[in-house]
Design a protein around this ligand. Structure first.
Ligand code: ZN
Length: 360
């Protein structure tokens, strides 16, 4: 299986985040996560790990706000240029806009930080922007690869499709992750919504479904596609009534305008086990079957694992394997995009368990 991965992710290594209640802790979303996964993939031996192609900014601008992207690109250098005398390692805001119309973008750096940064777990460091771009390019490269088996698809001079009559799968080993990043904000370790960028790119070939199985609601993806019918977005996650991101991911949020009915959240109670999770997954898979998309993007977070430090449901590694099996059973061209997962000891084997059924 093709795995798209860039070592550029190491440029993004925030030393801390501000956790619940204001606790300053080591950032859970650390570069070591990738090393653990790469090690497991290499040990397995059935993965071809390749660098991404550079798609430029156009496919990213297609889903993200221009002002937000400019902020992400320049914020850290602007901060360093300001005449302050405190140590500047990781930029975080101290203010946030109230709900309601957000028409006025402040001109000051700290004003824009609050405007574009939605919480205290997505600090911007010196290498955040290039790492986020490389991560999005991993997803785009995977999308391009699987598109070679999408239907209908430009079939002229397409050697891979000719040699791969079955739907293709690719794994975008993305870091930083993306599914909490909305159209104009970073949040929850996420800066560019890799799955959304890839899914939008894939719509040039037809409809797309995004299935988000990360433990946390895919609120950024929900935001980006909420009024669109050409991308069905489904998210299975811990009930936001007790879990981050708290303000999105509820079952009654089902899209708006042209997108009404094309978003579905499946909130799970505390302690959900394999059987209950798989029952919920079956409902989401039924929705995808009815929608009949040309391709599928999976936001794959391994923080559903029972021993994840940030998770509070009880899915086992065998459960993760069965989740992968059920999704692979759709037999769609499928791009698996790495999202969360913070039990570093277990992360590599959990990813391999999830991908097992996609081997052809
Ligand atoms: Zn998560």
């Amino acid at each position: 299986m093709k795995v798209f991965h860039s070592p550029a992710h190491t440029q993004h290594a925030p030393p801390f985040e501000i956790f619940d209640g204001g606790e300053k802790i080591t950032n859970f979303e650390m570069p070591e996560r990738m090393e653990r996964i790469l090690s497991a993939l290499r040990t397995d031996g059935r993965y071809e790990i390749v660098p991404p192609e550079d798609f430029g900014l156009a496919p990213i601008r297609a889903v993200h706000d221009r002002g937000y992207l400019d902020f992400l690109r320049t914020a850290f250098d602007e901060w360093l240029a300001e005449p302050t005398d405190y140590e500047r390692i990781a930029l975080l805001p101290a203010t946030f806009p109230l709900p309601g119309p957000r028409g006025h973008v402040p001109t000051t750096l700290l004003g824009r930080a609050g405007y574009y940064m939605s919480d205290l777990s997505a600090p911007i460091v010196a290498g955040t922007y290039p790492a986020a771009l490389a991560s999005a390019n991993c997803a785009l490269s995977g999308a391009k690869f699987i598109s070679l088996s999408a239907h209908p698809f430009p079939s002229a001079d397409n050697p891979i499709r000719a040699s791969a009559p079955h739907p293709l799968t690719a794994f975008a080993l993305c870091r930083p992750p993306g599914h909490h990043a909305g159209r104009a904000n970073c949040a929850g370790y996420c800066y560019l919504n890799n799955a959304a960028v890839a899914a939008h790119w894939l719509t040039q070939f037809g409809t797309v479904a995004i299935l988000d199985i990360d433990y946390h609601a895919g609120n950024g993806t929900q935001d980006i596609f909420y009024e669109r019918a050409d991308v069905l977005t489904l998210s299975i996650h811990a009930d936001p009534d007790f879990e981050y991101p708290y303000y999105a991911g509820y079952a009654d949020q089902t899209g708006a305008g042209a997108g009404l009915g094309f978003h579905q959240n499946y909130p799970l109670p505390l302690g959900t086990d394999d059987a209950a999770y798989l029952d919920t997954l079956a409902k989401a898979i039924e929705r995808i079957t009815v929608y009949s998309p040309q391709s599928l993007v999976v936001s794959a977070g391994m923080d559903i694992y029972g021993d994840d430090p940030l998770g509070r449901i009880r899915v086992t590694r065998e459960g993760i394997r069965q989740i992968g099996q059920a999704i692979a059973g759709l037999k769609l061209p499928t791009l698996v995009v790495m999202e969360g997962g913070y039990n570093n000891e277990a992360l590599g084997l959990n990813v391999c368990a999830f991908l097992e059924a996609f081997h052809q």
